[in-house]
Write a protein that binds this ligand. Structure first.
Ligand SMILES: Cc1cc2nc3c(=O)[nH]c(=O)nc-3n(C[C@H](O)[C@H](O)[C@H](O)COP(=O)(O)OP(=O)(O)OC[C@H]3O[C@@H](n4cnc5c(N)ncnc54)[C@H](O)[C@@H]3O)c2cc1C
Length: 622
């Protein structure tokens, strides 16, 4: 659905309708401040813009669970969740944020349940919980059952529930509207709104707002092998870069150990939690050598690196579909798991293996390899969801601009995220960001008596100027492909081919491990080849309405801008930590790099110290 008519000015515009965007919208609407506002006869003007129909957001693909120390099947304690999160992130986590994450996780899960999420149950009728990598009891002791789950479809449950609550609250959605620009005031101190392209009509719109929240999800499409859906092109992060803002810890991209061979489709960590074992070409359960205590359920970066080490040592296997192909996989052995239990708790894993690999996980070993899964870094935010810039040794908040979910970085994941902590981050910090927006709206509602026409005029001008530039760009974009003799943009160049090339370049340079030479080679490919070609792209079809190639062109440009930031930040960090394995700097270096990289679109990297509360860095072993 599209809005029949846009408001001249919104109280809040939320970009993205996954767990983070919808949680923020509900956090805003259900806040005490908005109740007061309604009591005064004022209704907040809120619009949720999404390039997808909301129920297609990637949140719906989340499989394994959401982490919280509910203690339903185990004694558990939020202090242990806090410790595991900091250790899991290789001590790059901001501990004030991780503390909030662990403390408020139980109420977040219970709140989801009360809104309608149908979690799986224990025999006593409590929310069931399973093991997940890196989650332990007693500060690193034995494994903890901390992930609340709904079979292996928890994201589907959460997304549908939050969306239904939004529909019940009468939220207005602009569906299949693609946000092309983030507009700030000239001095970048305040947000002014966004420019959005209605894909149904091919028209651009200036959407002016006192508050904007970016919740556009991750960027797995940077890599060829990824568990992420096609839409995860890092738009929000690229919009922030284009508006002159920084990204935090862009170098940390998580590779999930178990992507189904040559598709990248995720086989949830739940498959190992339920008893699946990784084996090399010799049939050896090799994780015992790399992580003697936690074995297959060590943190994801550790397991992915171990798989690559086995492959590098010649103990990899070929995909049975391509027996003569490269030996770049290992086995996931689920044959020891009771078949009926497997069907009950891992139905999606079973279905995926049968459909895409033509194998039966109850009888056959399944070929897997690490797959790009999650961006730990993103748009820097405070624990209240406010976007800030790091300059002169301090955080400077961009008034009215918020971010939440995978596109943001409140830094609860540091250098490596633990399973189940992402849905929790999106729901918990999304809700908090919504409450923060509500407080700002209560102080200055667009329809309130205190509304200042001069300020609104400044915001209006800022958005309208960006919208005119974008509209002017549309005409050449729709003018048809370049002449065949044009060398920069060959006639047959198209955004899909460019995205595929980019995925290959990034995979060779930075998947699981990298060094200065691989990063430099990828940067040269981006700057000398992919980037100019992306700028020269035009759509092959001249009609504006429903022309998906237009948005694909913007997505390609976004991915390339983001890839540059990822490579720049990876190059600047001369150490190995969490998901970043620099083979030329193999050790962690707390003296120089216990700090967040803050990278801008010009390639400048500043460093922000990590916020330590009560856990000084320790050696990280599983
Ligand atoms: C296969 C898979 C399994 C996972 N399993 C788990 C799990 O078990 N537990 C866990 O904690 N985490 C899991 N994760 C991670 C977790 O699901 C995500 O990190 C989380 O759902 C992200 O939520 P989000 O709201 O930030 O983004 P998303 O759900 O990705 O939503 C992004 C939204 O932004 C919109 N959008 C993007 N760009 C634009 C634009 N330019 N204009 C307008 N709208 C835009 C999209 O339309 C969409 O609505 C999994 C991820 C994957 C890929």
């Amino acid at each position: 659905m599209s809005p029949k008519q846009l408001e001249d000015m919104y109280d809040a515009v939320v970009v993205g309708a996954g767990a983070a965007g919808l949680s923020a919208t509900l956090g805003l609407l259900n806040s005490p401040e908005m109740e007061d506002l309604r009591a005064q006869g004022l209704e907040p003007k809120v619009l949720v813009v999404s390039k997808l129909q909301p129920l297609r957001s990637h949140t719906g693909s989340a499989e394994g669970g959401i982490a919280a120390s509910l203690g339903n099947v185990d004694d558990d304690d939020w202090h242990w969740h806090y410790y595991d999160t900091v250790k899991g992130g290789d001590w790059l986590v901001d501990q004030d944020a991780a503390l909030l994450l662990a403390q408020h996780a139980p109420e977040t899960v219970i709140n989801l349940e009360r809104q309608g999420v149908a979690f799986s149950r224990t025999d006593e009728g409590r929310i069931a919980q399973r093991r997940f990598g890196g989650h332990t009891k007693n500060f690193g002791g034995e494994p903890a059952k901390r992930a609340a789950y709904a079979a292996d479809r928890v994201g589907h449950q959460i997304l549908h529930t939050l969306w239904q609550q939004c529909v019940a609250a009468g939220v207005e959605f602009a569906e299949e509207w693609y946000v092309t620009d983030l507009a700030l005031t000239d001095d970048r101190s305040r947000v002014a709104g966004v420019v959005a392209y209605d894909t149904h009509t091919g028209k651009t719109h200036a959407v002016r707002a006192h508050n904007v929240l970016l919740a556009t999800g991750g960027a797995g499409r940077l890599f060829h092998t990824t568990s992420n859906s096609w839409d995860l092109t890092g738009d929000g992060m690229a919009l922030a870069l284009a508006a002159g803002l920084q990204l935090e810890d862009a170098e940390f991209v998580q590779f999930h150990p178990t992507g189904l061979a040559h598709t990248g489709i995720l086989l949830s960590e739940a498959s190992r939690a339920e008893g699946g074992i990784l084996r090399n070409a010799d049939g050896e359960a090799f994780m015992a050598r790399y992580a003697p205590e936690h074995k297959d359920l060590a943190a994801r970066d550790v397991v992915s690196r171990s798989i690559m080490a086995e492959i590098d040592a010649g103990r990899g296997v070929a995909d049975p579909k391509d027996p003569d192909g490269p030996k770049d996989c290992v086995w996931l052995d689920l044959t020891g798991v009771d078949e009926a239990h497997m069907l009950a708790v891992l139905p999606q894993v079973v279905e995926t293996v049968k459909q895409y690999a033509n194998l039966d996980p109850a009888k056959d070993w399944v070929p897997i390899k690490p797959t790009a899964h999650y961006t730990m870094g993103g748009i820097p935010v405070t624990t209240e969801g406010e976007v800030y810039q790091w300059a002169d040794g301090a955080r400077h908040i961009v008034a009215g601009l918020f971010a939440a979910g995978e596109c943001s970085c409140v830094s609860v994941h540091g250098a490596n995220r633990l399973g189940g902590n992402s849905l929790l981050d999106a729901c918990l910090f999304g809700t908090r960001a919504g409450s923060s927006m509500a407080k700002r709206i209560a102080d200055d509602p667009v329809d309130g008596p205190m509304a200042d026409p001069d300020i609104d005029g400044t915001l209006e001008q800022a958005v309208d100027a960006v919208e005119s530039t974008r509209q002017a760009e549309l005409q050449p974009l729709l003018a048809g492909p370049a002449e065949p003799q044009d060398e920069v943009a060959p006639h047959d160049d198209n955004p899909y081919a460019l995205m595929a090339e980019l995925g290959g370049v990034m995979e060779r340079a930075a998947a699981v491990r990298c060094d200065a030479a691989s990063l430099a080679e990828a940067m040269a490919a981006l700057r000398d080849d992919l980037s100019p070609r992306a700028q020269a792209l035009t759509a092959h079809e001249k009609t504006a309405a429903f022309n998906q190639e237009v948005t694909a062109i913007w997505e390609t440009r976004h991915l390339i801008a983001l890839a540059e930031a990822v490579l720049t930040a990876s190059d600047a960090r001369h150490e190995s930590r969490g998901s970043l394995k620099r083979t030329d700097f193999p050790e962690r270096d707390d003296e120089c790099f216990l700090a967040h990289s803050m990278t801008d679109g010009d390639g400048t990297v500043a460093w922000q110290p990590v916020r330590i509360v009560d856990m000084p860095p320790q050696k990280r072993e599983y």
